[in-house]
Write a protein that binds this ligand. Structure first.
Ligand SMILES: Nc1ncnc2c1ncn2[C@@H]1O[C@H](COP(=O)(O)OP(=O)(O)OP(=O)(O)O)[C@@H](O)[C@H]1O
Ligand SMILES: [Mg+2]
Length: 364
């Protein structure tokens, strides 16, 4: 078999970045979000779209979990299900627990209350969260007030100003009186983060929050998120296409393909020795600083239609090491891979993960 190491895992200096796969600032705590066997289907005119097909994710207090996968792999839908933000056409099954409380079993009202106090989400476009007609400070104050109705007006405004300061908005008093259109893209993103953390969530979900920003502003926003995490101890779930962002921000990574998890482990372990052919393909295909673009190899083919996902392992039609067993039956579940190259708590859904381990040894 040819050398399938991610080209840049072998790049000199690629792992010497101190921030690479950095551990959670306050250490890892108890499980705050647990998603088990989550499925989401959408009724459409063309048929049933099987967007999420049995996803398991756990997130611990204070950690940053990265979720990666090509477009359409179900990253956003999984987290929108956690947030209760899917449209009515969605049929959801499985379990979603926030600090041990099963929200799938709750009334809509109760689930909304629990979500409101435990999870928040930020998006690529801050204008999805900010109301253009209201002053930024008022919107943040409103969030603070709704979670702390006991606060006096004065306490609410001072908390709002504190939040603006925490996300690095200069002259927070002045800025609070402005409208979203008076803010630059980066400042709006900061304001959205301030709103999201106003209720002191256990989990902050970030869906491609920096994709639309230029590189300098992107780096600043990532820094803001780290600062927020250091101050509040919130867990962060970071959805992105950008493996460089995962390397900088996350301690663990969950790789998704065609509505399922295919690999999971610490960022260091997964990036150094991916144990699913899809992860290997991703690492070899995506650009990252310091890697010559001519060394990038795109994954052959394209992701499947979720109206009719392939049987067996959904990646089999594109897999460079496909075998007859890969195409039949149910998709293989993620299973523990025990080996020194795998690192601890490593999961892979490849039937031949053990051979990939051997391969990784040989590559050393
Ligand atoms: N409201 C909807 N109705 C029908 N299908 C949907 C709906 N929302 C999402 N889907 C489908 O669900 C699948 C998963 O979508 P999702 O948005 O979660 O992908 P993603 O991994 O977030 O991709 P991207 O990286 O492009 O954001 C896709 O096939 C998508 O077309
Ligand atoms: Mg998405």
């Amino acid at each position: 078999m040819n050398d399938m190491r991610p080209s840049w895992a072998a790049e000199p200096g690629a792992k010497s970045d101190a921030a690479f796969g950095h551990p959670p600032p306050g250490g890892i705590g108890e499980i705050v979000l647990e998603v088990e066997n989550l499925t989401v289907q959408f009724r459409t005119e063309e048929g049933l779209v099987q967007a999420v097909r049995g996803v398991d994710i756990d997130v611990r207090a204070g950690e940053t979990l990265g979720i990666v996968g090509e477009s359409g792999s179900g990253k956003s839908v999984t987290m929108l299900a956690v947030m209760g933000l899917l449209p009515r056409t969605a049929r959801i099954t499985g379990s979603i627990r926030l600090r041990g409380q099963e929200i799938m079993a709750m009334s809509t009202k109760e689930a909304r209350r629990i979500r409101g106090s435990k999870v928040a989400m930020i998006f690529q476009d801050p204008l999805t969260a900010l109301n253009p007609c209201h002053r930024v400070g008022d919107q943040i104050a409103e969030m603070v007030h709704s979670h702390h109705p006991e606060f006096s007006d004065r306490a609410v405004s001072s908390r709002a100003a504190e939040l603006l300061e925490l996300v690095g908005i200069p002259q927070p008093g002045l800025r609070a009186r402005q409208f979203p259109h008076e803010f630059s893209g980066g400042m709006r993103q900061r304001a959205m983060i301030a709103m999201a953390i106003a209720n002191d969530p256990d989990v902050l979900i970030a869906d491609e929050p920096t994709t639309a920003l230029d590189v300098t502003i992107q780096a600043q926003i990532l820094e803001v998120m780290r600062t927020v995490q250091e101050h509040t101890g919130t867990a962060i779930v970071f959805i992105t296409h950008d493996l460089g962002v995962i390397a900088r921000m996350a301690s663990r990574v969950h790789v998704m393909y065609a509505g399922r998890g295919v690999e999971m482990g610490s960022v260091l372990d997964v990036f150094a020795n991916p144990l699913h052919p899809y992860t290997r393909g991703l690492l070899n295909s995506l650009p990252r600083a310091g890697i010559h673009t001519e060394r990038l190899v795109p994954i052959a083919g394209s992701p499947p239609s979720m109206l009719h996902p392939p049987t067996g392992c959904a990646f089999h039609p594109r897999c460079p090491i496909v075998r007859p067993e890969c195409s039949s039956g149910e998709p293989p579940p993620m299973a523990a891979v025990a080996s020194e190259v795998a690192g601890s708590s490593r999961l892979s859904a490849c039937l031949f993960a053990d051979e990939l381990v051997a391969d990784a040894w040989a590559a050393r």
